[in-house]
Design a protein around this ligand. Sequence first.
Ligand code: NDP
Length: 472
Amino acid sequence: EKAEIGLIGLGVMGSNLALNIAENGHPIAVFNRTTSRTGTFFEAAGDLRKMIVPCTTLAELADAIKPPRPVIIMVQAGQPVDEQIAALREVLSAGDIIIDAGNANFRDTIRRFSELDGSGLTFIGMGVSGGEEGARHGPSIMVGGTEDSYKRVEKILIDISAKFEGEPCAAWLGTGGAGHFVKTIHNGIEYADMQMIAEIYGVLRDGLGMKPKEIGAVFAEWNKGRLNSYLIEITATVLAADDLDTGKPIVEMILDRAGQKGTGKWSVIEAQTLGVSATAIEAAVSARILSSLKDERLAAEKAYGTGGVSKFSGNRDKVLHDLELALFAGKIAAYAQGFAVMDAASKQFGWNLPMPTIAKIWRAGCIIRSQFLGTLADAFEKSGALANLLMAPAFIEMMKEAHPSLRRIVAQAAEAGLPTPALSSALAYFDSYRQGRGTSNLIQAQRDYFGAHGFERIDAPGAHHGPWAGGG
Ligand code: NDP
């Protein structure tokens, strides 16, 4: 019997995805550049071996799959994907489908669609979230391509995807780069979520002088309420864990330098290109950049001293309550920004992105999965087109309750010298967004003064100039 599908790239994600596919009853042919890895993978597959055809060449892979063949590429993003596509073109035939399931830049995906145009091959750009565990037992799957090509692989994708109360977390989101774009913004939001959690951890550690296990207990408690989410859950777990070598809390032994692979940066670049404000995501990416300057930060601490010396004032229970709500308010602003970026891209690229569906397929399987996304899906379903998540009635209520806490936490952190870049950006975004009369009248006056840019008046249509003609 021939395989139903093929997969190239048996790294962390590919090997787990292959086992997931096999376990769901779909025979799969697999290939990896380094052949020994294919052997190791196959040996370790246990009972699932009968569902797996290990291949040492791409020709063998093509031969092992029943046409028309779907082939998933799950290799390092970038050039390796182009190489694999080129190699597959040699062995596949008309009607076959190439699915790039890595974290591609959606602009590369759009290019690959056009390069494959007229080749007879179909292309799908598919975002997969959930890390190793998700790939193995059910990821969230974001598909971009023609709806027809999605239909051809829908059964397998639905079978392997995470389920939220029985509903599959896999969906077709739009043509071309839609799936990879949505995955990129998912990761941008993930950066913001993680950064804001880390900032709250910083306040608990340096402002309230709490130990990792105590902080872990706070997050575990919060996980029972409105912040309930995978990221809060794992935060509680890692804060409680001890280092096997020293017996100390492991977080205290980990160097404070965060890595990144590009999706956060792409989110920010695309937001700026589309003219959408995504300050919490920008702050999160920037914070990782600053985190990498360990030596400079140590030198600066010597020169200036560091924050956290003044303790957070007030009753501890009240501060903890404020911290919980501050994190929630920051989260609302970050998601509002992420969805605003997707809304702008949807219009720009003609994707017609289904916002409620996106929120729904993120409720399980992916890294940002949370109770909150259910509320968000409801809001989009109830309100139809929304200018901004902040204007959904349910979110107006939640934000009214939560923003005073965000304000108090950001203010106290600023006084104590504790950095809260993402939380304070979220607050500034909210305050700017809700300010009916802003301060850009002055910017316009300055621009007109030095560059004769002209400005609009509040009391008359058309372009006007100030009384400083020729002054600039
Ligand atoms: P790994 O580093 O574990 O594996 C990389 C795979 O790519 C290996 O199979 C490797 O083959 C192959 N590869 C690298 N370069 C080439 C090349 N030039 N030609 C052919 N094959 C090549 O990566 P991951 O599994 O973590 O990631 C794969 C993709 O999934 C990436 O796009 C990643 O961003 C994305 N992703 C990762 C997630 C994660 O949590 N890890 C989550 C969601 C998406 P070889 O064995 O020969 O080196």
